[in-house]
Design a protein around this ligand. Structure first.
Ligand code: AKG
Ligand code: FE2
Length: 377
């Protein structure tokens, strides 16, 4: 990983770059009836979802809903049956779905509303203003798309804004300083709240996994957090395009805030694409590849994608939480001891991220590079 000195003389880390691509938001403002070829997917890619996607089928299960107040509200609740039932639900959801929605998460409603308003305004800024916040050739933070590595590669029907928020010393201070002031303020509060929530959920996962709680805290107490704001404009040929290519997240735990009511998120469950409908006041949580590794494969990161439609725009904000910088990534030692096998190898976190951002997204393929069968007995 490259490190270089910023003007204000602190070291920043460059996690990666992505080729600069046109704004889809600007493109969608034109009176198009067809989309440019660079957004047209192979038939099997764009149709993999609609063919077997049957939202109204009562047999299609829907993603589990976890009531966090049953887990987090009181210490003494741990012995209660409500607590153990909910913990068991969390464990099963993390093993079998890798995705769930959380309700009663304790995040202040007015912060969620204020942050939403500022993100919507942010994408509505005039292009001249956005240009100042656009990605640069050597780094992928800012407006643009991620994971674009070749001129031939198909592009997503979306714009996004990506920023590293924690720890503070990893922030690109010039980018922060250029953000509209109110957004910067709300982003700061939102980032803090999302960190707290991620740590609380990780703590519960440690219990459910019967992993050493101190080990979980040590791995994540100063974790790397980044935030990705997604904007999906209406698309004149939605069946030919994708808003977000299929991928699993590289982090440990993602908290996704669906800002409006437009549907688009689909997760791959037992070979079928299942829609996650925005639920008022809920947040979507998903297991990322790092958590699959730390849990020694007990929890699964799940492939997901975003579709687009011809009438409605869609907004979402994903907050990614990963382990501390400067640590080695690998299965938790307390779990390896328990399972008597390590299912993943160990690599420095920097190396892991650098490899991830250097390639085009391709489902869960990156995790294969971490797999091993190192029998320790
Ligand atoms: O917009 C969505 O629902 C999906 C976003 C997502 O998967 C991501 O940002 O990693
Ligand atoms: Fe994702």
């Amino acid at each position: 990983m490259e490190t270089h000195k910023e003007e204000d003389d602190h070291e920043t880390v460059n996690f990666g770059r992505s080729l600069i691509v046109p704004s889809v938001q600007e493109l969608a403002k034109q009176p198009l009836t067809k989309i440019p070829l660079r957004y047209v997917r192979q038939f099997h890619e764009s149709h993999s979802l609609s063919d077997d996607d049957d939202d109204d089928d009562p047999l299609t299960p829907s993603v589990p809903i976890i009531d966090l107040s049953n887990l987090l509200e009181t210490d003494s609740a741990e012995s209660s049956s409500t607590y153990s039932i909910e913990l068991n639900k969390l464990h099963t959801a993390s093993k079998q779905w890798g995705f769930f929605q959380v309700i009663n998460h304790g995040i202040n409603e007015s912060l969620l509303e204020d942050f939403k308003r500022e993100v919507l305004n942010f994408f509505k800024l005039p292009m001249e203003e956005k240009q100042k916040l656009w990605q640069e050739e050597d780094n992928h933070e800012g407006f643009g798309q991620l994971f674009v590595v070749s001129e031939e590669q198909k592009l997503d029907w979306s714009d996004m804004f990506y920023i590293t928020t924690l720890p503070h010393n990893l922030r690109k201070s010039q980018l922060f300083q250029k953000l509209p002031l109110i957004l910067r303020d709300k982003l700061e509060d939102y980032s803090k709240e999302m960190r707290k929530l991620a740590m609380a959920i990780l703590g519960q996962m440690a219990k459910a996994l019967e992993m050493d709680g101190d080990e979980m805290r040590e791995l994540f107490h100063d974790g790397v957090q980044s935030i990705r704001m997604n904007y999906y404009p209406p698309c004149p040929e939605p069946e030919l395009a994708l808003g977000f290519s299929p991928h699993s997240d590289a982090d440990a735990l993602t908290i996704l805030y669906q800002l409006n009511e437009t549907e688009g998120l689909r997760i791959r469950k037992d070979g079928k694409w299942v829609a996650i409908k925005p639920l008022p006041h809920a947040l979507v949580v998903n297991i990322g590849d790092i958590m699959e590794i730390v849990s020694n494969g007990v929890y699964k990161s799940i492939e997901h994608q975003a579709t687009v439609n011809s009438n409605n725009e869609r907004f979402s904000v994903a907050t990614f939480y990963s382990s501390n910088m400067g640590t080695e990534l690998g299965p938790a030692r307390s779990l390896v001891a328990k399972h008597k096998v390590a299912n993943f190898r160990r690599v420095p976190l920097e190396e892991y991220f650098k490899g991830f951002f250097a390639q085009k997204l391709n489902g869960k393929s990156y995790l294969d590079f971490m797999k091993c069968q190192e029998n320790i007995t």
